[in-house]
Design a protein around this ligand. Structure first.
Ligand code: SF4
Length: 196
């Protein structure tokens, strides 16, 4: 990482220590996700579908996001559908492609997501620390995704496909030539490509 990217106090802690903390936190979060009769990969799938946009709510995109095989994802989706937490439908433009959506039951269950406790801790860090943490994690994630040739996933704000529509028509995605609501703008997208 370039010297200019480093914080003033970065020499107080080694990269190995930081990574060890990150790894252990991820492990503890995963351990806590054996809750409400679900296993970690099922929580991950529900969280992803809750955030995914119209270009990304497919089984294939879910597999790439959580880094699982198509077989594992297909099994996970099957179990969640059976429990009444996920619904599958055909896309109007492509009947061979499946769109995943959350059921009302899943939305209610996500209010008891074990990850909410950690989200509260992140909130308590306060604005500046939280922003720095978020920037640092996003940078690490982008570099590792690039090394592993994985999609980055991101939101519209800094995407090169975002344009302003004609005559004040609002924002448009040039990837699928369709308008974007405020809700869509905040959702995760597998096609997200940073502007640089
Ligand atoms: S503008 Fe980019 S991030 Fe937004 S929907 Fe289009 S491709 Fe995805």
């Amino acid at each position: 990482m370039a010297k200019k990217d480093r914080d003033d106090d970065s020499d107080e802690v080694s990269p190995a220590e930081t990574l060890a903390s990150l790894e252990r936190l991820a492990r503890l979060i995963r351990q806590a996700a054996h809750a409400e009769g679900l296993i970690p990969v099922q929580w991950e799938a529900l969280r992803y579908v809750a955030r995914a946009n119209r270009l990304s709510n497919s089984p294939g995109a879910l597999a790439r996001y959580i880094g699982a095989t198509k077989g594992t994802v297909s099994q996970t989706i099957g179990r969640l559908v059976k429990r009444g937490l996920l619904a599958k439908s055909e896309r109007p433009a492509d009947v061979r492609s499946i769109a995943l959506t959350l059921t009302e039951q899943a939305r209610a269950l996500l209010m008891k997501d074990p990850l909410l406790a950690v989200a509260g801790d992140v909130d308590e860090l306060g604005g500046k620390t939280h922003r720095r943490l978020s920037r640092g994690l996003n940078l690490l994630l982008a570099r590792e995704a690039l090394r592993q040739n994985q999609p980055l996933f991101g939101t519209c704000g800094d995407c090169r496909y975002l344009r302003e529509g004609n005559a004040g028509a609002g924002p448009v995605c040039m990837k699928d030539n369709a308008g974007l609501s405020a809700d869509e703008m905040a959702r995760l997208c597998i096609e997200h490509t940073p502007r640089n």
